[in-house]
Design a protein around this ligand. Structure first.
Ligand code: ATP
Ligand code: MG
Length: 421
């Protein structure tokens, strides 16, 4: 009997996990400087939270959720995204009562969606996201976008495109909705069954349909931009102004709409423009939402956030041919030539590790030459050789693997030597 990882999931082996850690470190550092504090919510929530929070008409709720009934007969769902859980926690713990608003949260962790597997699309993937809840200041929209862009830039990506749009406010969306229904209704039989359902429930989502993308009615559909009222237009101008101030380039795409139902005003996506990138080019999606906090039982608070998957970030790096510099390097490998030397090696390894020096020793009773080879394979900066003579002298032979030079260093001086050379 043999086993394989479930379809759409992957093992991240040590060589890869060093890259993951580097990305996570970058993210944590940036979140710290931007003051988005981490929130950790459960991996599963009540199914109803996602039905309400993500929206009944979305692909996520309609086709992609891992829903199960637990032994207490509750319907639970593995989280398909992070916003619903973060907003639930914001309401449950009354974070809206904190004196400093907006509350700025970040999360990073696995999400689960039952999707068709393809490059850049997994059934378990890790999303990093932020939510700033409790402010309608356009400056926060620009801050959130700038944080997302900065994550990509800091890991070394350059082939990026930021696309933004305004979805307007409630009044705008209502007027646009009517226009959309009038536009699509006479021809709705030409569209997929999902779109036929969307016509009444959420016609905006027809524009987001991947099946009917080529239908000419998509091109001629009424654009949200033409419906923006003064308030929405002013808001959008301010967001763009702040982005200009921050030196962040963007393209306005009137056809950019987001799959989730609560989005209003600012919507944005960051794509990879690298030639090596496959057909899915979106790295990050986000936007402003209103009504979500109320929908899960809280007060009338607006928020803005984004989500990006680490998988796609790593794919983008690969497509650009960029290597992440990882710092998993081994500092010291201690070669021991007999049992007495092995004891000393165990002791020294413990001393070095306590001082934060990454150390490895031999656990396979290999000959000296084989141990030296292992040290080389593992990229050790130093090799310490311990044999009969070294024990008698209370000193180790220390070899610098880069230069090939060797020195005899007294045991009591080793830590100092390794730290200063
Ligand atoms: P798509 O149109 O690609 O299905 P989406 O609208 O479902 O995207 P969001 O829910 O906005 O995506 O998720 C935000 C980001 O999370 C995406 O831009 C992408 O980077 C990532 N993402 C979404 N689904 C997956 C997945 N199945 N595997 C890996 N990353 C994903
Ligand atoms: Mg999707």
């Amino acid at each position: 009997m043999t086993f394989k990882v479930p379809r759409g999931t992957q093992d991240i082996l040590p060589e890869q996990s060093a890259k993951w850690q580097k990305v996570e470190e970058t993210i944590r550092h940036l979140c710290h400087t931007y003051r988005y504090e981490e929130i950790r919510t459960p991996m599963f929530e009540s199914t109803e939270l996602f039905q309400r929070g993500v929206g009944d008409t979305t692909d996520i709720v309609q086709k992609e959720m891992y829903t199960f009934t637990d032994r207490g007969n509750r319907s639970l769902t593995l989280r398909p995204e992070g916003t619903a859980g973060a907003v639930r926690a914001y309401v449950e713990h009354k974070l809206y009562g904190l004196p400093d608003q907006p509350v700025k949260l970040s999360y990073i962790g696995p999400m689960f969606r039952y999707e068709r597997q393809q490059a850049g699309r997994y059934r378990q993937f890790v999303q990093f996201g932020v939510e700033a809840i409790g402010s309608k200041d356009p400056a926060i929209d620009a801050e959130v976008i700038s944080l997302a862009m900065n994550v990509y830039r800091t890991v070394g990506l350059t082939d990026l495109k930021l696309v933004i749009n305004s979805l307007g406010d409630k009044e705008v969306r209502e007027a646009h909705r009517t226009a959309l229904i009038n536009h699509f209704e006479p021809h709705i039989h030409e569209f997929c069954s999902d779109c036929q359902n969307r016509l009444e429930k959420n016609p905006l989502r027809i524009l987001d349909c991947k099946v009917d993308r080529e239908n000419p009615l998509m091109e001629t559909a009424p654009s949200l931009t033409d419906f923006l009222n003064e308030e929405s237009a002013t808001y959008f101008e301010k967001v763009k102004h702040y982005l200009d101030l921050l030196g962040i380039e963007y393209e306005v795409d009137p056809n950019l709409v987001r799959g989730l139902d609560y989005y209003n005003h600012t919507a944005f996506e960051i794509m990879s423009t690298s030639k090596g990138f496959g057909s899915i080019t979106t790295l990050c999606g986000g936007g402003r939402y209103h009504g979500l906090v109320q929908e899960v039982g809280g007060p009338d608070m607006a928020g803005i956030g984004f989500a990006m998957s680490i998988e796609r970030l790593l794919l983008a790096l690969e497509a650009e041919g960029k290597e992440l510099e990882t710092d998993s390097a081994l500092e010291v490998f201690i070669v021991s030539m007999d049992d007495a030397a092995k004891e000393k090696a165990v002791e020294l390894a413990s001393t070095f590790r306590a001082k934060g020096i990454a150390t490895e020793i031999d656990y396979a009773s290999r000959k000296m030459k084989a141990q030296m080879k292992a040290a080389d394979r593992q990229g050790a900066k130093w090799v310490l050789v311990l044999g009969e003579q070294e024990l008698a002298d209370n000193a180790a032979a220390v070899k610098n693997m880069e230069t090939g030079t060797q020195e005899k260093v007294p045991f009591h001086d080793l830590v100092n030597y390794l730290q200063t050379h």
